[in-house]
Design a protein around this ligand. Structure first.
Ligand code: KG4
Ligand code: ZN
Length: 352
């Protein structure tokens, strides 16, 4: 039998196999990460090699630099991950990899590495959507969590409300019509002279905010589940430029704090309305901006008041990591999706 026939046969067996151990690879942006995850819930290892310090020098992720660093790091990350899991490559039942959304060159490094491993080990290759992976971060953070639930997806690439009907059925309720909320944090941070990534820097600076800054901005798209953040971004940028041109003083902390309040209010208001209208009593947060302490605090408040159970991913699983890819890959296998052959390639965007 050739590789494809062997892989297909093994994939079919995995659908009913009791224990499934997955080697998962994530390289969609600036983190090289490899994890070993058992049965979608048990993280045996999760090594994340971050390139943040390198990209910070440029004020954001430089795609070509990201790809080169993935190549440089990926073998060492694999070795470390296997060591931490106390397992070896021969114990892996499948190799899962993020195929999109993300930076093409960065994704291709992970995909080609995954293909090589799957081929050499004669195990199935599972192609995973990065967005689904972020949702999977909650299955390893909350062992009791099961669909259905409503998900607020707030990452660097996506801002969306998703009706998660079962482990592999996702219905998009609303999404951003322009910038993602993560992009907005990063751009506002940049105009304030804060380092990349902007989210954590804004959060820190906002702690010292005392006065509310009134930006020239009105919350858009109030009656839909869609979001728009480019107007707020422009309002903050214009506010800062105006002050600079007039040589007027302004407080960066007040700006960071007021911006963060507006963004988190908008996210919370729409999310809570969706919970109410869809009669959903379980809310799950996913993505890097889910690490924002003010967002977490406000959502918790709203949820407590409205008798909704809130699931927040552990901080280490909010931003990109391979454990979340390994978690959702398990459910892909059980649902009979995700099987990929060696022609698998990278996708810059994926639909939810
Ligand atoms: O989900 P993620 O790691 O990558 C993508 O899939 O895009 O999200 C990265 C985004 C960045 O925009 C970063 O600034 C933001 O998440 N972020 C935060 C915080 N930590 C990371 N935004 C607000 N507050 C944070 N604490
Ligand atoms: Zn991500």
């Amino acid at each position: 039998m050739n590789y494809l026939e062997i892989a297909k046969e093994k994939y079919e067996k995995l659908k009913t196999q009791r224990d499934v151990t997955i080697l998962a690879i994530e390289s969609s942006c600036d983190e090289t990460s490899i994890a070993v995850v058992k049965n979608g819930r048990q993280v045996l290892s999760n090594i994340v090699s971050s390139q943040i310090d390198i990209h910070r020098l440029f004020g954001g992720v430089v795609p070509e630099v990201a790809s080169r660093n993935h190549i440089k790091n990926i073998v060492a990350v694999l070795e470390e991950s296997l060591k931490a899991s106390n397992l070896s490559l021969k114990d892996m039942d499948a190799v899962a990899v993020t195929y999109g959304a993300g930076l093409i060159g960065a994704l291709l490094v992970g995909i080609n590495f995954a293909k090589t491993l799957a081929y050499a080990l004669k195990v199935p290759l599972i192609a995973v959507s990065h967005v689904h992976g972020h949702i999977g971060a909650n299955y390893i953070s909350h062992l009791d969590l099961e669909p259905p639930f409503l998900c607020l997806m707030v990452s660097g690439g996506h801002t969306a409300l998703i009706d998660v009907q079962n482990y592999c059925r996702f219905h998009l309720i609303g999404s951003t019509v322009d910038d993602s909320v993560g992009e907005c944090f990063d751009k506002v941070a940049r105009v304030l002279g804060l380092p990349y990534p902007g989210g954590p820097a804004i959060q820190k600076m906002a702690q010292d905010g005392k006065n509310v800054v009134k930006f020239n901005y009105k919350t858009p798209l109030k009656d839909t589940y869609n979001f728009s953040f480019s107007g707020l971004k422009t309002a903050v940028v214009n506010f800062v430029h105006n002050k600079e041109q007039k040589h007027e003083e302004f407080s960066k902390s007040d700006i960071a704090c007021s911006f963060q309040e507006l963004v988190t209010d908008e996210l919370c208001t729409k999310t809570m309305r969706a919970c109410k209208e869809l009669k959903q009593k379980k809310l799950v947060v996913a993505g890097g901006v889910g690490a924002n302490s003010r967002l977490r605090e406000k959502l918790q408040d709203y949820c407590t008041k409205n008798n909704i159970k809130l699931y927040l991913p552990a901080l280490k699983y909010c931003t990109d990591n391979a454990a979340m890819i390994g978690a959702i890959a398990y459910y892909y296998i059980k649902a009979g999706i995700g099987f990929a052959d060696l022609t698998l390639t990278a996708k810059p965007t994926v639909s939810i």
